[in-house]
Design a protein around this ligand. Sequence first.
Ligand code: HEM
Length: 300
Amino acid sequence: MSSLPNTAPVQQPATEWRTILRHRWPLRWMHWINLLCMLALVGSGLQIYNAHAALYWGEASHFDTPLFATQAVQGQDGRLRGITRIGDARFDTTGVLGVSDNKLGAPVRSGFPGWSTIPGSKNLAMGRRWHFFFAWAWVLNGVAYLVWSLASRHLDRDLALSKRDWRDIPRSIVDHLRLRHPHGDEAARYNPLQKLAYLGVIFVLVPLAVITGLSMSPQMDSVLGWWLDLVGGRQSSRTLHFIAMALFVLFTLVHVVMVFYAGAINELRSMITGRFKVRYPVAAAPAKLPPQPGRRGEGS
Ligand code: HEM
């Protein structure tokens, strides 16, 4: 005998939203100051790159064999074409890299387009001033972040991976692939992949950008000579500085996509006002959030 299809409604566990304090004000300020500095650094850095739109490895610039270059060549029809070179490979990138339209719509030689560089589209001297000003502002902000994170125990409470986090990495990957949103206490914490991404940026990318940046100045030879020996020369350092910039941009793009995926309004509110909404199953929701200043999600 065939059984009847089960038409009983599936009981969803009751849930309720609670508002927690996710990010304290120093962290929120430092995060947005960081974004401002990074925008200025990328824009002014591309301005400096455009003054010689090619990267090399080693100590000397071998003009004919760059590792990476965004150049302009005159085609047989007399038109300018933008060519991007990566090793021996060449790509036509007219309109974006090598050759792009100026404000009047005319094609001009430019490693990166004028709209991506600050201040203005061709101003090396001012680009350098902006870059050095924002580099120091960014480093000071980073030092303040590090001191605050250690003093408030943000680093070991919220960012350091626990044994459980390491075990949970495969599950976290599956959750991300299945687009599964966490609830309750799990949503109030950073997930292991998020922690790894943030720690990678803070302890790998930031030091790489700072060391490669400083080592391009001959005044730093006595302090960072060991680094130039390690990577093979100033041109290698310039290339690694550019790669660090590209990885920052990549991180930021993925980071912003994840913010939208996790709920742009809730996430942005949490980084602007500190308040973050978390959905708890009714039975599991704490009747009142315990006052434990210093713990993320529980006030400060
Ligand atoms: C438009 C650009 C950006 C937006 C909208 C944005 C937004 C956010 C939000 C909402 C969070 C909190 C995430 C959560 O609570 O789960 C966050 C955290 C974070 N963001 Fe961004 N962000 C931006 C750019 C950047 C940039 C450029 C960097 C650095 C390269 C960065 C590094 C970080 C780090 C390290 C954290 C964790 C901070 C901590 O807890 O110590 N963000 N961001």
